[in-house]
Design a protein around this ligand. Structure first.
Ligand code: SF4
Length: 352
């Protein structure tokens, strides 16, 4: 038996099957013995929640506050999660949507979603001390956009209009990028036969949806250039794969994450596409008893920006109400981490 957070984890002899690892903690009023299902069952997807980019961005802001105090500004939400943003706002951090809102000479963090060169220039003009918490996997897409544009390609970016990441990427080469969202948009595209074209994708798309758009692009423009490596990131792919594998065993899917979190919304969509009622919630306060019964099998997962503490709150809420048993199922191990931004490390060594 082991302990994780507030739950006792009892490992039973039936805890490994079908290549998936299970751990079965005893929670609540009634407990299932070695898989005997007598009550609500909660399947907790693993991987879920924070990815390497979100971990790095949050750690970056925490350490910046430690060094400079809370009089720190962040361009856009540091990550798209209400719980995380509220925590920092309560500490005194200011989130802005325009550089003009930041007093000259202040410390400004760029969020995990990245920014365009125009924003960097505005910051320079305002003499801001900037720390770039952009996820390296978003930066990779920016660099691909820059390279394709420099090499004379027109870039078709598959992504969601208005998303911070898409705005940042398009800002790298605005005259050379066209944004599309779905296969129908491909019909509207036309390029002279001799024009070199390439596609890129937002990092947090649905793998299936993106693949449909890419197929449509390749059918219409057989000469289109593909990025050297998949742009949809490992965390997005792994969380979606886990839901695809586990939702079919479940009656209902709960996704912890905010409405403006692209990867969280994709997880909810997968649950819905698999024919399950799927809810995207910011926290346990949004759970409704009417969604569940004593016998429900509930899949819980979390978007890449949703904290584990909120997942545990939801498990506790269900356990208190329904005496659930909990079974965490690992579909893939993740061992990815990113270093803190070099500007922050330089400031830290100066402060030593
Ligand atoms: Fe980076 Fe992917 Fe996490 Fe976005 S979801 S911050 S691209 S690792």
């Amino acid at each position: 038996m082991g302990k994780t957070g507030q739950f006792e984890w009892n490992y039973c002899s039936l805890s490994q099957s079908g290549g998936l690892w299970h751990r079965i903690p005893a929670v609540g009023k009634r407990v299932a013995i070695c898989g005997a299902e007598t009550t609500m069952k909660i399947l907790v997807a693993n991987p879920r929640g924070f990815c390497a980019g979100v971990n790095m961005a949050i750690e970056c802001l925490d350490q910046t506050i430690q060094m400079f105090g809370p009089l720190v500004y962040v361009y856009h939400e540091i990550v798209h999660n209400k719980y995380v943003v509220d925590r920092f706002t309560n500490q005194g951090v200011t989130f802005v949507n325009h550089i003009s809102e930041v007093p000259e000479g202040s410390i400004l963090l760029y969020s995990a979603h990245g920014v365009s060169p125009e924003i960097r220039e505005q910051s320079r003009q305002r003499k801001l001390q900037t720390i770039d918490a952009t996820c390296p996997l978003v930066t990779k897409v920016h660099l691909e956009a820059i390279k394709y544009a420099r090499d004379g390609y027109h870039i078709i970016l598959i992504g969601h209009e208005g998303h911070d990441e898409v705005i940042g990427t398009m800002g790298e080469a605005p005259a050379s990028i066209t944004l599309i969202e779905d296969p129908e948009d491909v019909n509207q595209l036309s390029f002279p036969v001799q024009e070199k074209i390439a596609y890129l994708t937002q990092t947090t798309l649905s793998v299936e949806e993106a693949s449909r758009v890419i197929q449509a692009l390749k059918a219409k423009f057989p000469h289109i250039e593909s990025p050297p490596k998949e742009d949809i990131c490992y965390a997005t792919t792994n969380r979606q794969d886990a839901v695809k594998q586990l939702a079919i065993q479940s009656d209902i899917v709960i996704v912890v994450g905010s409405q403006n979190s692209s990867n969280s919304r994709r997880l909810q969509e997968i649950g819905t596409l698999l024919g399950k009622p799927a809810y995207l919630i910011d926290g346990a306060a949004e759970l409704q008893s009417a969604w569940f019964s004593d016998q429900s099998i509930v899949l819980i997962t979390a978007g890449a920006s949703a904290p584990e503490v909120v997942v545990q709150d939801c498990i506790q809420w269900l356990s208190d109400k329904f005496g659930a048993t909990v079974d965490e199922i690992t579909t893939r191990e993740e061992h990815v981490s990113f270093p803190l931004p070099k500007e922050l490390r330089a400031l830290q060594s100066l402060n030593r």
